[in-house]
Design a protein around this ligand. Structure first.
Ligand code: ADP
Ligand code: MG
Length: 318
């Protein structure tokens, strides 16, 4: 099977999915063409996943596809963007049709679920690597940046943290328990918080998606906003499953491990007080932004730059 036949058979069918209304020219031409609604800003981001680095060797192709698109879409959620479309640069060691079938099945499910249409891509041969570029829209000037946090803002996170990080220890498990299955599912099928991100657009002063760990990612907001923060360990939301699996260590997963793709945002107190109940139910207040730089956990300084706060490809973990 040649490159073009492969693209036609497996990838073209994903072009007509929900979210494709803004794609004027999809896969098959030299470029894709996207209509940008007047009054909107185009928000875009690219993510690369390398086998053995970002996902395990011989990882299930349908899970891989979901995770890859979810990771990319999560960045749109963090900016408060409405999802529109994506391109996929795929490097494959060989043409393996059963693998491609499962991969595109998972990709189609994710694309449909997130409202992202496939607008184009690139297909090459080499070690298994995926790059996904996602496009979304916000009303002009309303993207949520990392730099907007102000002293007094409350720090909130969505969902529960640490599940996906803990799941890494169970990937090889032959007969996982119900709790292990729960955290494994959180690793295999992260849900980018797209609807929540859009709801935060006129509420949050800053936001980030938690890909490297709460402390590390919150620190990015603090640095970009030149502020500090105090957070409380006991406030950080942890799932019952993770608590049963890890006991007192559950909180360490919640603070340090990424892969959950929940959102962390800062919201002025008055806006929080007036926020819709439905929105508040999806978020937990874990602390407050302060003018004094640095991050404090239960009053003690968290050292940044020590490598202990999160994952950095060019630095070893402490
Ligand atoms: P060019 O050589 O002009 O860059 P390519 O040969 O790389 O074009 O790709 C041909 C067409 O197929 C393009 O429209 C491209 O967007 C599309 N395409 C290639 N690979 C993929 C893929 N994995 N998924 C979706 N579309 C793809
Ligand atoms: Mg060309």
């Amino acid at each position: 099977m040649g490159e073009f036949e492969l693209i036609r058979q497996y990838f073209m069918p994903l072009a007509g999915l929900r979210g494709s209304h803004s794609v004027v020219v999809g896969p098959g031409d030299d470029c894709a063409v996207q209509k940008v609604p007047s009054g909107s800003d185009l928000v875009f981001s690219i993510d690369t996943l390398v086998e053995g680095v970002h996902f395990p060797l011989n990882y299930r192709p349908d899970y891989l596809a979901w995770r890859t698109l979810a990771v990319a879409a999560s960045d749109l959620a963090a900016m408060g963007a409405d999802p529109a479309c994506f391109t996929l640069a795929l490097t494959l060691p060989e043409v393996n049709e059963p693998w491609l079938r499962d991969f595109t099945l998972g990709l189609g499910q994710a694309a449909e679920s997130f409202g992202l249409a496939l607008a184009g891509g690139d297909t090459t041969r080499g070690p298994l690597t995926l790059s996904v570029q996602v496009h979304g829209f916000v009303e002009q000037g309303s993207a949520i940046c990392r730099s907007g946090a102000r002293p007094g803002d409350l720090i909130v996170v969505s969902g529960a943290l640490g599940d996906a990080g803990a799941a890494l220890g169970y990937l090889e498990s032959q007969s996982p328990t119900a709790d292990e299955q729960f955290v494994l599912e959180r690793y295999h099928h992260p849900e980018p918080r797209l609807t929540l991100g859009v709801a935060l657009r006129h509420l949050a002063t800053a936001a980030i998606d938690i890909s490297d760990g709460l402390l590390a990612d919150l620190n990015h907001i603090l640095e970009a906003s030149t502020v500090g923060a105090s957070i409380k360990r006991a406030r950080v939301p942890v799932s019952p499953a993770l608590t049963r699996l890890k006991g007192n260590a559950a909180i360490d997963y919640a603070l340090h491990s990424g892969d959950d793709y929940e959102l962390c945002a800062t919201i002025p107190k008055s806006s929080w007080a007036n926020a819709p109940t439905l929105l508040k139910q999806q978020l937990t207040v874990i602390g407050v932004i302060e003018s004094s730089p640095g991050l404090r956990l239960d009053g003690a300084d968290v050292k940044s730059g020590s490598g202990a706060v999160g994952f950095d490809h060019f630095r070893r973990k402490a």
